[in-house]
Design a protein around this ligand. Structure first.
Ligand code: KDG
Ligand code: MG
Length: 396
């Protein structure tokens, strides 16, 4: 089963996606991978087309681990989000091929299902508590049990929504003091409004210093968040010790990590409870299952990043891994722009607040290439930069 062609396409049905099609010498046997890196899409395209695709032609598509190792360790320069997203695109396509060749869904190749479906959380962000509570109630009516709550803090947006972006300055404000006051108040009000049952989490987006993160985590204890996500910046992982020592709320981190070694200190010191790595940014399923296995040994659960900025293919990969691993925690879920339905089939679907994939062979997703061609790349759809009131840059 030799690789005969690697084709990279960029399509923007609502937003930009980078897709990798790996074709083989067996008639009709191909796989699709997702190599979307939000705001840096074309860097990944160039790496795939100019440097990695030529290395793959003629290789045995079934040797996923060997291909992974040869790209990660065998090409000298390694790691980083661009490389690991490109590698994920290839890896996902190869798992898709392996599943199709075997006539089995990928979760079956990973050891078979350990659960019926993947518990999902839904974004219920809002401008104020009332809007968040209304969003949570609406999601509850659909069967959801876990919710993400982000609130707009006046003068200090907690969740920059692309529609709010001032395209001339291309920045949105963030101030830590009002944010730190607003989040405990938000949780308090949500508990008053909704009671204790809904599981509510909050994403800090790496915006706080270690001591601020510790204070916030401690302040949220009475409201038992499901987890507090990315309270500190990802570079100095040891700072998580301070947050851990000073609070008893579950902690989650990892969407900006590129591989298992970045997760290690947080897992082995049990400084987090959920690993949030993004399958499309860590080299794919091959790396995800290893991180999950390391985490399992330390009683840490997996909560794969599932933001809408990757294509339905990566989301399908999330659910296949979630279905198979024993230490699955929760799956972030996304609502895709409606146009994606014209391009993708086999997108994971919701059932009673959980995500499911079908038992179709491979990842179960397919791409209508003609439809994809109708949605050209949208240049410079970047996230805004956050800036403090004095004009200085703040972590996104
Ligand atoms: O590209 C940035 C997004 O992936 C990020 O803002 C989403 O933090 C995120 C999340 O948890 O979904
Ligand atoms: Mg996040």
């Amino acid at each position: 089963m030799k690789i005969t062609n690697v084709n990279v396409i960029v399509t923007a049905p609502g937003r930009n996606y980078v897709l990798v099609k790996v074709e083989t010498d067996q008639a009709g046997l191909y796989g699709w991978g997702d190599a979307t890196l939000n705001g840096r899409e074309l860097a990944v395209v160039a790496l795939l087309q100019d440097h990695l695709a030529p290395l793959l032609i003629g290789r045995d598509a079934g040797r996923i681990e060997d291909i992974w190792q040869s790209i990660f360790r065998g090409t000298y320069w390694r790691g980083g989000p661009v490389m690991m997203t490109a590698l994920a695109g290839i890896d996902l396509a190869l798992w898709d091929i392996k599943g199709k060749a075997a006539g089995l869904p990928v979760y079956s190749l990973l050891g078979g299902p350990t659960r019926a479906a993947a518990l999902a959380y839904r974004h219920c962000d809002g401008r104020d508590v009332q809007e968040i509570a209304d969003n949570i109630r609406a999601a509850q009516a659909e069967g959801f049990r876990v919710f993400r709550a982000q609130i707009d803090v006046p003068g200090s947006m907690a969740f920059p929504d692309p529609t709010w972006v001032d395209r001339t300055t291309y920045s949105v404000p963030f101030e830590d003091a009002p944010y730190l006051r607003a989040i405990p108040r938000m949780f308090e009000a949500l508990r008053r409004e909704l009671g204790d049952e809904p599981e509510i989490l909050h994403d800090v987006h790496e915006r706080l210093t270690p001591i601020q993160a510790s204070l916030l985590a401690a302040a949220l204890e009475p409201y038992h968040p499901f987890f507090l996500e990315d309270p500190i910046r990802p570079e100095h992982k040891e700072s998580m010790r301070l947050v851990r020592q000073n609070s008893r709320v579950p902690l989650a981190m990892g969407e900006l990590f590129s591989h298992r070694w970045e997760c290690l200190p947080l897992i082995t010191e049990q400084l987090i409870d959920y690993v949030r790595v993004d399958i499309a940014h860590i080299g794919g399923i091959t790396e995800a299952r290893k991180i999950a296995a390391i985490a399992e040994a330390y009683h840490v659960q997996m909560a794969f990043h599932g933001a809408p900025d990757t294509a339905p293919i990566a989301h399908a990969a999330n659910v296949h891994v979630d279905m198979a691993i024993p230490n699955f925690g929760v799956q972030e879920s996304s609502i895709f722009p409606p146009e994606t339905a014209e391009v993708f089939t086999g997108t994971p679907y919701f059932e009673n607040g959980s995500l499911k994939v079908t038992d179709a062979p491979g990842l179960g997703t397919d791409v209508d290439e003609r439809a994809a061609a109708r949605f050209p790349y949208r240049p410079q759809e970047y996230l805004p930069t956050l800036r403090r009131a004095d004009g200085s840059v703040q972590d996104w």
